[in-house]
Design a protein. Structure first.
Length: 463
């Protein structure tokens, strides 16, 4: 109430209403725009609040939600000095993917997301003055007194003994999610979908599926999991020298960039349909001289070239191997094709235990794009994940759909992708067992140190 009183003093012309965001005291369709700024994490009934926003909007109305995004802000100084704040924020702030899935379930379409990375220099003495005023930041108010005092003490000590520099680079990510209330056609006839489990489904990379055809459009944006990967591999290629072998080359997202930069690349993939797209792109960019494409299984392949300087396995393709035996066979095949002292770079995700709990399923992952060749919106939703904790595998059932201009479903398919998760030390031992000497492990492609729940990026030498 006190917040509203302060606001009313500043702007008496605005109607200020006290109510719970999960039960809005307004009739249906009474607003054109609804917004929620830096507040969503405080709500108890988050999903209900999103449904209420949909209800009170008129047809053609828009909901805009803006907030900080802790999932993308692990290097924010507040989290470094007050780690309890990061822990709480990761609990209270829904990941954008989950939020979008619920908005979509409420009826918003399309739902879009935009990330804004604020990078700035922080003067630590000025910052100390700011954090001493605990009420300036809700993160400081939400943590325990002990955690707050410990962070302030650490900063004071580091500034006193000179172990902290005068200024530090800081980074905070903000996220804006927009959802539109579509016109009546969609609303009066809500689509009821058959669960993906009940639809006939096929393997993820099998055939010229909607998934395969829209792979490039879907993956053209800046996805955090592989941000900077092309530059990372290019840098490794330049340092290693010689030819590069990309395993699971797919549509050539990485390989074509390397070839464009003058590197000779061989790309291996099991899917003829992914390879066909890569070949078409290589021809269109006149890169066939520098990019050779081969069909083969990473567990067992034999190429004429056996002295690659670098083997790369981007975008978690190694996790498609479902048993330690297959993983070992693949590592042995990579090694056979590397020259002595050559480098292997592997990209996996580091298991986030929250997503591996039994019952932690549901539409928590989704993506949308406009297919460049058809101009149609394509949507991918992870509907079900089935876990086998003994074998460390999960079987994901995805639904892909594309829409006609009138919003009806033009094409739909259910696909299955099984992957295996590997823990950090398991990977390290496996690499060593296969004859590689681990040179580095990062948690992203910018070179950040290993971190729980992020990426595992391994750089190992054929020793
Ligand atoms: C996530 S995509 C990665 C594509 C590309 N490297 C990129 O980063 O965009 C994984 C690729 O691995 C391929 N793949 C799956 N199993 C394979 C296997 N056993 N051997 C070779 N390639 C495989 C798939 O066909 C698919 O093209």
């Amino acid at each position: 109430m006190e917040m509203l009183r302060q606001a009313a003093r500043k702007a008496p012309d605005i109607t200020w209403v006290q109510a719970d965001a999960a039960t809005l005291p307004f009739p249906d369709r009474s607003f054109d725009i609804a917004s929620c700024q830096f507040a969503f994490h405080h709500f108890q009934g988050k999903a209900r609040m999103l449904r209420e926003a949909f209800r009170v909007l008129g047809v053609g109305g828009r909901f805009v939600l803006r907030n900080s995004c802790p999932q993308e802000s692990s290097d924010w100084l507040y989290y470094e000095y007050f780690p309890e704040a990061e822990f709480r924020d990761l609990r209270d702030f829904w990941p954008p993917d989950a939020l979008m899935a619920v908005m979509e379930g409420a009826g918003f379409t399309p739902v879009t997301v935009q990330y804004e990375h604020l990078r700035f220099e922080q003067n630590l003495r000025d910052w100390l003055e700011t954090v001493r005023r605990r009420d300036t930041c809700s993160q400081l108010q939400s943590i325990s007194d002990a955690a707050y005092a410990a962070g302030v003490r650490r900063l004071e000590r580091e500034l006193a003994d000179g172990s902290a520099p005068a200024t530090r680079s800081d980074h905070l990510c903000l996220v804006t999610i927009r959802g539109d209330k579509p016109n009546g056609g969609h609303l009066s006839a809500p689509r009821r979908w058959m669960p993906a489990e009940e639809l006939p489904h096929r393997p993820f990379y099998d055939g010229a599926t909607l998934h395969v055809r829209s792979y490039d459009s879907m993956n053209s944006g800046d996805r955090p999991v592989r941000r900077g990967d092309v530059s990372f591999y290019l840098d490794l290629a330049r340092r290693a020298g010689g030819e590069v072998l990309e395993i699971g080359v797919g549509t050539g997202r990485v390989a074509l960039q390397l070839a464009k930069a003058g590197v000779r690349v061989t790309g291996l993939d099991l899917s003829p349909d992914m390879l066909a797209i890569a070949a078409e792109k290589a021809a269109a960019s006149r890169l066939v001289e520098r990019l050779r494409l081969e069909r083969g299984d990473m567990r067992n392949f034999d190429l004429a070239t056996r002295d690659f300087g670098l083997v790369i396995v981007p975008y978690r393709a190694f996790q498609i191997l479902l048993t330690p035996e297959d993983q070992f066979a693949a590592l042995a095949a990579f090694r056979r094709h590397l020259r002595k002292g050559g480098i292997l770079a592997l990209h996996l995700f580091d298991p986030d235990l929250r997503f591996l709990l039994p019952g932690a399923t549901g539409p928590v992952d989704r993506a949308r794009c406009v297919d460049r060749s058809t101009g149609r919106t394509v949507e991918a939703v992870l509907e079900t994940a089935l876990f086998d904790h003994v074998n460390q595998t999960r079987r994901d059932l995805w639904r892909y759909r594309t829409f006609a201009p009138d919003g009806t479903i033009a094409e739909e398919e259910a696909l299955e992708l099984s992957i295996r998760w590997s823990f950090r030390w398991e990977m390290r031992h496996l690499l060593q067992f296969a004859g590689f000497a681990v040179e580095a492990e990062f948690s992203d492609f910018l070179g950040s140190p290993p971190a729980y729940g992020k990426e595992q990026i391994w750089v190992a030498r054929n020793s």
